[in-house]
Design a protein around this ligand. Structure first.
Ligand code: NAP
Length: 313
């Protein structure tokens, strides 16, 4: 397979990069300062794209590569891949479901605890040498809080199971009621928010879900409500979120993802009721290796004419 050209869009994981380079003819997109020229020069060689959650395969890139056969994404979310264009051109698409579910759910629960119990603020307090007497303010209990989940899929369900261990009543919103679920279903996200103390977003970013968390949802969640986003940044209307936090119309937020990554609204930096992570939901050594192995397995399956491991298109 050494003659098959694979385009890696972003320098994300050294194991993935090394293994791709061993098995295929690897093109590293970031090495070029002019993407258009780079694609034109290598357009005949490239048969596969390995994209990430930051740079995937947009219509322009797909159109520039006439021999493109498969997009194997190093992510479960496919919001950076033009799926319609792939379908139109008969290009196969794969992602990395399941292997990252537990880590992302752990991150969500970590964010809930960090926001409610002010763990990062406590840590800063100790490091600054401020712990001279017992004057740290009290925080908020997580056990027993009502948790609402937007998108009860693989990750949403894993979050629900974890929150159950904290004796939290769980409810959810998605387009369809999950017949095998014991959790309370709200067919309307406003009602879910109004009945949740903690709202966790775990749905994919699509045209339909863009800004699914808007002013109305924020108002329904209320001034004590906490929002946790481990989905994608544009699921939240970020300026609305920032003003609600600044004006005290929201209790707190735990954010792993942002609308314009890697840019994070600086108004949030001074707020102790907010915990900010640099999109690390699946970022453990173990999971990133499993994701890389799935990417490689899908590419090899395709070029050996075997069934894809995790096909999407
Ligand atoms: P999944 O199993 O496909 O679950 C997605 C859930 O969202 C489903 O329950 C689906 O239910 C619901 N949904 C889809 N469209 C919706 C809509 N318009 N309104 C409300 N709910 C909707 O996906 P997953 O594996 O759990 O991953 C979920 C997302 O997490 C990914 O797409 C990705 O963006 C994000 N993620 C983030 C990180 C990170 O590092 N922060 C890592 C991995 C994944 P219905 O079909 O019934 O609506």
């Amino acid at each position: 397979m050494e003659s098959i050209g694979v385009l890696l869009t972003y320098q994300m994981n050294s194991y993935l990069e090394e293994e791709l380079a061993k098995r295929f003819k690897l093109f590293r997109l970031w090495e070029s300062s002019n993407k258009e020229e780079f694609l034109t020069k290598n357009s005949n060689s490239i048969q596969a794209i390995v994209g990430t959650s930051s740079i995937g395969a947009d219509a322009e890139t797909i159109e520039a590569l006439p021999n493109l056969k498969i997009v194997s994404s190093f992510s479960v979310g496919l919001d950076k891949v033009d799926l319609d264009k792939c379908r139109e051109k008969g290009i196969r698409v794969t992602n990395t479901p399941d292997v990252l579910t537990e880590d992302v759910a752990d991150t969500a629960i970590g964010l809930v605890l960090a926001v409610l119990r002010r763990l990062c603020e406590c840590d800063r307090y100790v490091r600054k040498g401020l712990w001279k007497k017992w004057d740290f303010q009290l925080t908020t209990k997580f056990t027993g809080k009502s948790v609402g989940i937007v998108g009860l899929g693989r990750i949403g369900l894993a979050i629900a199971k974890r929150a159950e261990a904290f004796s939290c009543p769980i409810s959810y919103y998605s387009r369809s009621e999950k017949q095998d679920s014991k959790y309370k279903y709200y067919p309307n996200i406003i009602d879910l928010a109004a009945n949740s103390q903690v709202l966790v977003i775990a749905c994919p970013l699509t045209e339909e879900t863009h800004h699914i968390i808007n002013r109305e949802v924020i108002e329904a969640l209320g001034p004590k409500g906490v929002l946790v986003n481990i989905g994608r940044g544009p699921l939240v209307d970020e300026p609305e979120l920032v003003s609600a936090l600044l004006e005290g119309r929201m209790g707190g937020a735990g954010l792993d993802v942002f609308e314009h990554e890697p840019n994070v609204p600086e108004q949030l930096f001074g707020l102790d009721k907010v915990v900010l992570l640099p999109h690390v939901g699946s970022g453990t050594w173990e999971t990133r290796k499993d994701m890389a192995d799935l990417v490689l397995g899908n590419l090899e399956a395709y070029f050996l004419n075997k069934p894809l491991l995790t096909p999407v298109v």
